[in-house]
Design a protein around this ligand. Structure first.
Ligand SMILES: Nc1ncnc2c1ncn2[C@@H]1O[C@H](COP(=O)(O)OP(=O)(O)OP(=O)(O)O)[C@@H](O)[C@H]1O
Length: 781
């Protein structure tokens, strides 16, 4: 046996298996095989050929990367004279030159091979906007026709257009180069070596599908499309706009951070002079919640180590380099956005908890800065000190929408007044929208659009990311990109390329979904307790292992559920410290502490609202419980996606539903059925859903009622109405009879207290009056 192993034994105490915080319960418990979700075997000889080439290319790159090339020792002359410094320098130069052709002439795959690889990983690229029309003249020169005939022609044309719409979609598909290994980032796409080393240091070995598809196009679009055919009208010299739709936990964050950081390093190298500031705001990442924004900052900082790129989280007290806005049209445009969003009824949206996050953030920020202002005003006066705050030096700014818009508008929104963007950010060349569908949803649309307008650089690039993307949001994005291109006709329009990984809008395909019906609200609590029970007997192999998240509809319900559950974990297993609650009403510092405790595995059950539904990455969350039904299919996808991240197997998503939820469960059941189909769990030969194997019974799926659009919209905004107020808003196992009895008792006690108080008051008043009378009466004396 290795003597060092023997000696080092006992230095580090090994935690016992069932001890609280033992490794099997830490958030790394999920089996991690491959971060990729899809690796289909696409049949045919071509597929083999594609794969073979891929392996060869990857091997070549790996060899270059690790410097493994065989050295031939037979050439070495041990007795040769020592080379002079000049000779050594010349040799180094020659070596560098020999290296150059490798970087300049990377091996690219033929389109056919790209197609096979992209297909096997279920990557689909479509050009949504910005194709440059090739035969404009031909359409202009058509001879005029008679009115009647023109009408008929138009009708025919419309019908044909409808028929061909699907075909056109396929036609617009393109097949760019995929990224076969992270080594290619350095040797083929020329990212900075320090950035490449940071990626390796994070332990990322294989690119996920979204990274495979998006990185080549974002880094070197012209190279990524070099071998693609039918792309003459896709002009990419000025870069591209990009829309990435990929499953939750598939690594979208580094897909947008790597190009952003690399572009900054390159621009800095090109433009640097001793007079210019090293840090110029060049990229903005917008995310809907503070938790997500600070997570992105952390990821960005890890990737930017040693590159000199500064990634900063936006705060109210931050001052940025900005120009005064001189465009008169801005006010009008912001108004237009509001009208657009009002008329848009189909948009997917999150419940008001999400809206609240941003608003409350402002309130908290306000209180912080108020305190700051007070101390400052004591010495120099409020206004003056505000002006003297130093400008923050930043390259990449990560922000929630409202806080940045407030900076651009010079303060909070005043009631009844339109917002005017007073400052612009002309240096920003890249705008990144994470969770773009919710940022472009009516909830955040005005703010997001305001930020977009303030980024006035003529070559602004836009990338949008989410696991779900409603078609109306996509259309809105396309419309605005087109509009922007029209405003600068002298520029070549950038194409908007969309990448969809797997099926659009489906949940994580590698987790188990469970729909559980309980007739009543108290029944849900009992069912959750049954799921929780295995927590205290970890040996029995529970189906839902900690750590897991429990989602409720409202803050009040989250709080109430926490009160009910906090003593359910035995003291020996950690007791009430194992259960925590997190929602937007809690102060920022408390939220951060709970997040840290959950990440470290100290908290096993985290009860929360939709504030944690999007983007937040807890690497090893084993399960998600939807205590209250999610308000939309998209909300289900995002909640369920907190588990099974980066390809981890074994995640479970349990959804409870009661009688009240039946009208709304169909869309969720459909998502579950589709994601199981996508994972290949329940497809028979005829490609139909097998009732027995899937989590959702087919008869149930068919029987569930369809919901009217208006009801769906209401549900998205307010959730299930009965859970907001009244008896059903509270969470308890007590029967309604018991609760009514308790209520009556409470009310009786209250009434008796009130009567007592009133009697005391009356007595006091009576006493005071008689005292006064006594004081005034002087007769006997
Ligand atoms: N190539 C990779 N190999 C292994 N792990 C990876 C890779 N890329 C990203 N990850 C890890 O996968 C996890 C999920 O990544 P990320 O948060 O970017 O997902 P996402 O697609 O943005 O999810 P969501 O839609 O929920 O926001 C992170 O912990 C990240 O570190």
């Amino acid at each position: 046996m290795d003597i060092f192993k023997v000696l080092s034994r006992g230095i580090k105490a090994q935690p016992k298996k069932n001890q609280p915080g033992a490794p099997q319960l830490l958030p790394s418990a999920g089996a991690k095989v491959n971060p990729q979700f899809f690796h289909d075997n696409v049949g045919g000889a071509n597929a083999k050929r594609g794969k073979k080439r891929k392996r060869k290319g990857a091997q070549a790159n790996n060899a270059t990367e690790s410097g493994d090339e065989d050295d031939d020792a037979s050439d070495v002359d041990y007795f040769a004279p020592k080379p002079t410094p000049e000779e050594l320098a010349a040799k180094k130069d020659a070596e560098l030159k020999a290296d150059e052709p490798k970087k300049q002439k990377p091996k690219l795959l033929e389109e056919n091979e790209c197609r096979q690889i992209l297909k096997s990983h279920r990557l689909k690229f479509t050009v949504l906007a910005g194709r440059v029309p090739q035969d404009e003249k031909a359409t202009e020169e058509k001879p005029p026709k008679k009115q009647k005939k023109q009408k008929e022609d138009r009708k025919k044309q419309e019908e044909e257009e409808k028929k061909k719409k699907k075909k056109d979609e396929d036609k617009k598909q393109i097949y760019p180069q995929p990224l076969n290994s992270f080594g290619e980032l350095k040797y083929t796409y020329g990212i900075h070596p320090v950035l490449a080393d940071n990626i390796t240091r994070q332990g990322f070995r294989v690119p996920t599908e979204v990274q495979m598809g998006s990185l080549p196009l974002q880094l070197r679009p012209e190279m990524a499309l070099e071998k693609a055919t039918d792309v003459e009208d896709v002009k990419v010299e000025k870069g591209i706009d990009f829309l990435g739709v990929a499953p939750t936990g598939s690594g979208k964050t580094i897909s947008f951070l790597i190009p952003a950081i690399d572009a900054i390093i390159k621009r800095r190298a090109e433009d640097y002079t001793p007079e210019t500031d090293e840090h110029v705001l060049q990229a903005i990442v917008v995310a809907p919640t503070r938790e997500l924004a600070s997570q992105i900052v952390n990821e960005g900082r890890k990737l930017a180590i040693g590159t000199g790129v500064r990634v900063v989280l936006m705060k109210r007290t931050l001052r940025l380099v900005a120009e005064s806005n001189t465009q008169e049209e801005t006010e009008q445009e912001v108004k237009e956005e509001v009208q657009d969003s009002d008329s848009d009824s189909e948009a997917e949206s999150e419940p008001e908890e999400v809206v609240k996050i941003d608003e409350e953030e402002e309130e908290e920020e306000e209180s912080d800065s108020d305190a700051e202002k007070k101390t400052e005003s004591r010495s120099k006066g409020d206004q003056k000190s505000k002006k003297e705050r130093p400008i923050t030096r930043v390259d990449i700014l990560v922000t929630t929408p409202k806080i940045l818009l407030n900076f651009l508008c010079g303060g909070e929104k005043e009631k009844g007044k339109p917002r005017i963007i007073k400052k612009t950010l002309p240096t920003v060349q890249s705008l990144i929208l994470d969770e773009a569908d919710v940022l472009l949803d009516p909830i955040f649309r005005k703010q997001t659009m305001g930020i977009w307008r303030a980024c006035t650089h003529p070559n602004l690039g836009m990338t949008c990311w989410s696991a779900t993307m409603a078609s109306n949001i996509e259309a809105l994005l396309t419309k605005h990109i087109d509009k922007r291109a029209k405003r600068t006709p002298e520029q070549t329009p950038k194409p908007l390329i969309r990448l969809v990984v797997g099926l659009k809008d489906t949940a994580v395909p590698n987790i188990t979904h469970k729909l559980i019906y309980t007739a009543t609200e108290p029944g849900k609590l009992l069912a959750l307790r049954q799921l929780l029970h295995p927590v205290s007997s970890a040996d029995s192999g529970p189906p839902l292992r900690p750590p897991f998240l429990v989602f409720t509809q409202t803050i009040e319900r989250a709080q109430a559920l926490h009160d009910e559950l906090k003593y359910d974990i035995p003291l020996e297993a950690g007791g009430s410290a194992r259960v925590a609650v997190l929602h937007s009403s809690l102060p920022d510092s408390v939220r951060s502490k709970i997040m840290a405790r959950f990440r470290s595995g100290e908290v096993w059950v985290l009860i929360t609202t939709d504030v944690l539904a999007r983007g937040v990455d807890f690497a090893g969350v084993n399960g998600v419980v939807n205590y209250d039904v999610p308000v939309s299919a998209a909300a289900y996808v995002h909640r369920a996606g907190r588990t099974g991240r980066a390809g981890r197997e074994g995640g479970v998503a349990v959804t409870f539903y009661t009688k009240d939820d039946i009208p709304f469960v169909k869309s969720i059941a459909n998502v579950i059925a589709m994601s199981e189909k996508q994972a290949g769990k329940d497809i028979d030969e005829k490609d139909t859903v097998k009732a027995a194997q899937g989590s959702v019974q087919k008869w149930l799926l068919d029987a569930l009622p369809k919901v009217a659009k208006e009801d769906k919209r209401k549900l998205k905004v307010r959730g299930v109405e009965s859970r907001r107020t009244g008896g059903k808003a509270t969470i308890t196992t007590k029967s309604s009879w018991e609760r009514r009895r308790e209520n009556n008792r409470r009310e009786a006690i209250e009434a008796s207290k009130r009567r007592k108080r009133e009697a005391q008051k009356a007595q006091k008043e009576g006493g005071a009056a008689s005292e006064k009378q006594e004081e005034e009466w002087t007769g006997l004396d």
